[in-house]
Design a protein around this ligand. Structure first.
Ligand SMILES: Nc1ncnc2c1ncn2[C@@H]1O[C@H](COP(=O)(O)OP(=O)(O)O)[C@@H](O)[C@H]1O
Ligand SMILES: [Mg+2]
Length: 279
């Protein structure tokens, strides 16, 4: 199904998500914040036989659960910033995400819904014998009843880009369930509210390439991103409006550092490296 929600015409979809009427269908269970599934009224689509309703996730600012380390009311804006950064670098690794002032419950972020293909996850917990060929094992563990399991993820360029975005945005919450696969097969990252903090907080399940050299194409893209961000004043880009000045300079510092080291970092001892629960 649908290529419209995730692939195709991101700018058209962004305009639609920013302007169309939203009808709340329900609240997503298991979410940490008030995270609502909405139906987007697509008046552009006059095809009566279309069976492709457009949906989005809407997180109203006032439904954010307060956290000790991130200022309340900024999480949705961090999600928009992550999307815009992924677009600036040209990776398309995140579903279209916009900010709107006039959602059904006030200001908040809207993100295109992905009809995720859950039969082929990009990150998984399996027994050691079930690890798909070529996957990277991140962690070995035992279940309460003594069974050996491993946390592992696929080894693909698309997933590497998500891992690199996490490193540069300082994502503190890359759980396995925050990587979804689109119907066309691309892994996409979701849930980027805990990003852009000025202090190191990288918590991710995507450690499978730790210490390895970055792909030359990724290095080239990082270099281009640094020049885009350095050449323009923060507020001349749309992206620059969604994070603070200190967060912007910390971001530039992280990108430059990653580019100069040229390698995926190793987990450090300063803070927990894995999100909990990992999936
Ligand atoms: N863009 C999306 N497309 C498809 N499913 C999504 C999307 N965003 C969130 N979800 C689903 O909703 C759940 C809760 O969303 P999440 O972003 O984790 O919210 P919260 O900020 O409350 O933690 C996710 O685990 C996922 O299953
Ligand atoms: Mg979540």
């Amino acid at each position: 199904m649908t290529s419209k929600t995730t692939e195709g015409d991101p700018q058209g979809l962004a305009n639609l998500l920013a302007q169309a009427d939203l009808t709340v269908e329900g609240q997503l269970s298991g979410a940490s914040n008030a995270t609502l599934l909405c139906w987007v009224d697509d008046r552009r689509n006059d095809d009566p036989l279309s069976d492709e309703p457009i949906r989005c996730v809407y997180k109203p600012k006032r439904g954010e659960r307060p956290l000790w380390d991130f200022p309340t009311g900024t999480l949705g804006r961090r999600e928009v910033a992550t999307y815009l950064l992924a677009e600036l670098i040209g990776w398309g690794s995140i579903p279209v995400t916009v900010w709107r002032e006039d959602g059904p419950f006030g200001p908040g972020m809207c993100q295109a819904w992905i009809e995720a293909n859950s039969t082929r996850p990009a990150v998984d917990v399996v027994t050691p014998r079930e690890v798909p060929e070529g996957w990277r094992v991140v962690l070995e563990a035992q279940t309460y009843d003594g069974q050996d399991v491993v946390l592992a993820h696929e080894d693909s360029e698309e997933l590497q880009r998500i891992a690199v975005l996490d490193i540069i945005t300082n994502n503190a919450d890359r759980k396995g369930g925050h990587v979804l696969r689109t119907p066309l097969g691309n892994p996409q990252g979701i849930d980027h509210g805990l990003a852009f903090h000025v202090e190191p907080k990288l918590r991710t399940v995507l450690w499978g390439w730790a210490g390895e050299p970055l792909d030359p194409a990724i290095l080239r893209d990082l270099k281009a991103l640094v020049s885009i961000l350095e050449d323009r004043p923060q507020h001349s880009t749309e992206f620059g409006h969604y994070i603070s000045e200190s967060e912007y300079s910390a971001l530039l510092g992280r990108i430059t550092h990653l580019h100069d080291t040229g390698r995926f970092p190793d987990p450090g001892p300063e803070h927990p490296a894995l999100p909990w629960p990992p999936m």
